[in-house]
Design a protein around this ligand. Sequence first.
Ligand code: SF4
Length: 371
Amino acid sequence: MIDRISFFDEFECLKGDCPVACCHGWKVPIDPESVLRYRKEKGKLGLKLRLAMKKEGEFSVFNPLAFRCRFYTKDGLCGLQMQKGESYIPGICRRFPRRMKNYGYFAEESLELACPMAAGLFLRHRDNLLYHETDEIPSYPDTSENDDRDYLFSARKCRNQLIARLQQISPIELFPFIRRMQKYAKAIEIACVNDGILEKPADPGSVNFDEIVLTEEESHKAARFLFSALDTDQLMCHGIYHVALKRRLPLFYQICLRYFEQFDELTIEDADSHLEELFQKYRAAHPDIDALLRDYLIYYLQNHFLQVYEDYSYLRMLSLATLHVHFLFLFFCLYEPTDENDIAVMIATYERHMHHNDDVLEELWKVMPKS
Ligand code: SF4
């Protein structure tokens, strides 16, 4: 059985017209089948392929510095695909931005927002983001490392309940809801430890979200922002910003510079006030922003929550979700996109660096406040 988003089949690559082509800004992992094929390739193309491949741990990648893929042509197309056809390029390039995950008992299919076309579709289908059930059978393998059926279904139920609650809240309740979500994650992890996760993984449904309440101090903080200016700065300086972004993702780099221009000289108290003011001003000018961030969070949870099936880390999952909502909002305030296309490009640029980059995620998780 495949659960799929309604606009999955509407995706069509923008090719040479793409404003942030997927051949920029990240490493391209090469599947073992393609590696073998490229090693056997003869002549000039074979030499070019072997020079372009770089070993990283167990894997081979193209574009190891995450600047621009060597096969990207000046017309904005893939030279490898033009020369040898689509079936010849790495599997990830053929699939992107389609996200297809087989959990063994069911599969889920959606689109990654790191592609501006997919981000545009997300913006146009905000009233219909949830998976639709189909009776199709996935043609791709189950790559999960867990086969605990009961736990998988329980985690899926937990995700779907969170999403259903999110759909019911008023957008202005988003930040307090997210703070509760973080406390909820902690409570599930504590339940996991108490239940003895190794013998019998906890049922995440055993923790009742409705019983999670915020203290007065937490409510007060949540009314202002999800991360203080000090925490925001720690995350910007240790994890998010890197000088190489200037070449990898110029738009992301410019937004980071705007952040430093506005916050660098401020005291901690002034930076908190400025952050709050930025959010308030943006909300006043764009009353839809909280609803948009809520929809982004719904889509994020739908796509990524089941990572807990592999690692049982609810806190990491929901803390990273919190971080993405916070920084995406900050990016809106700093960049002020002008129309829907501009928003799609900004979301795609954000996702490319912040979501599809294991080194960045590891660093952010280390630096992130865990309370
Ligand atoms: S980012 Fe999306 S639209 Fe752009 S080239 Fe890649 S797949 Fe095509």
